[in-house]
Design a protein around this ligand. Structure first.
Ligand SMILES: Nc1ncnc2c1ncn2[C@@H]1O[C@H](COP(=O)(O)OP(=O)(O)OP(=O)(O)O)[C@@H](O)[C@H]1O
Ligand SMILES: [Mg+2]
Length: 255
């Protein structure tokens, strides 16, 4: 969250987003509104198929919603994605990176594409921060799943984004690396006052990392709040119990 008494500076605002993939199918995202401020971590949590990845794609401007609006830095993402593209970034488990290039070449290519100043330094910093130095000359094709995820994160952080979207960033990482990544992300959020939107099925992680949590079920917002607010609301001691209770509650309400 914002430090001191300064009012929160909203960098991302989504209003009543709706997205259907077919006229006969129920909406994948159904009336979701949210905000993210500088220096804030918002976690989107929900069961498989709840609409988390779809929502992230819409927030990024990669999917156009049927209705609703996304503004980043006050700019409509659907209309003006190019104006803000260099200030945001994204990583997900299924991000495909050029397989025949080495780890270092991958980051060099992205630093060129993004036209970064002091590219050499930016690349070596990321190699070090994500402990990719020993893998720098390995082709992506011979990396493990977790190593590719780390490279995806390096690519996403390389540009020092002001708003970062991560879809299950730690899903394929071993516990030790996952912990290092959580520390790194938290540090970036605080140091650079980056806004972070991320998804995870690891409730302990969500509890530790998030400033706010949005619970999503069948495309609809079930509840939002801090971990302790949600625990109080659902009479639970931990977020895993909140998850189970809130999803039951949402399904019952829908009949
Ligand atoms: N390209 C697509 N075409 C058709 N339907 C889609 C498409 N992408 C997603 N869906 C549907 O939209 C719904 C939400 O999917 P989404 O991938 O957003 O869920 P999720 O919450 O990210 O799930 P998971 O936890 O498994 O990653 C699902 O019912 C899915 O089948
Ligand atoms: Mg998903």
């Amino acid at each position: 969250m914002d430090n001191g008494s300064a009012p929160p500076c909203v960098v991302l605002e989504a209003v009543k987003l709706v997205k259907r993939f077919g006229t006969d199918s129920p909406p994948a995202v159904d009336g979701v509104s949210l905000t993210v401020s500088r220096g804030e971590i918002l976690s989107i949590v929900g069961p498989n198929g709840a609409g988390k990845s779809t929502l992230i794609q819409i927030l990024l401007g990669l999917l156009v919603p049927d209705s609703g609006q996304v503004r980043i830095f006050g700019v409509d993402v659907t209309q003006n994605r190019r104006r803000i593209a260099h200030r945001i970034n994204y990583a997900s488990t299924d991000l495909s990176l050029p397989f025949s290039l080495t780890v270092q070449e991958n980051l060099q290519v992205f630093s060129l594409l993004y036209d970064l100043p002091d590219r050499k330094r930016a690349v070596s910093e990321m190699l070090e921060e994500l402990d990719l130095g020993p893998l720098s000359s390995f082709r992506v094709g011979r990396l493990s799943t977790g190593q590719i995820a780390r490279l995806g994160l390096a690519k996403a952080l390389l540009t020092r984004p002001e708003v970062l979207f991560l879809d299950e960033p730690t899903a394929t990482l071993d516990p030790e690396v996952a912990q290092e990544i959580r520390i790194l992300l938290k540090e970036r959020v605080k140091r650079d006052r980056m806004g972070l939107v991320y998804t995870s099925h690891n409730m302990r992680e969500v509890e530790r990392l998030s400033d706010r949590i949005l619970l999503l079920e069948s495309g609809e917002t079930v509840a939002t709040g801090t971990a302790s607010e949600l625990c109080a609301r659902f009479g639970a001691n931990d977020l895993e119990t909140v998850f189970i209770k809130s999803m039951e509650h949402a399904r019952l309400n829908r009949g």
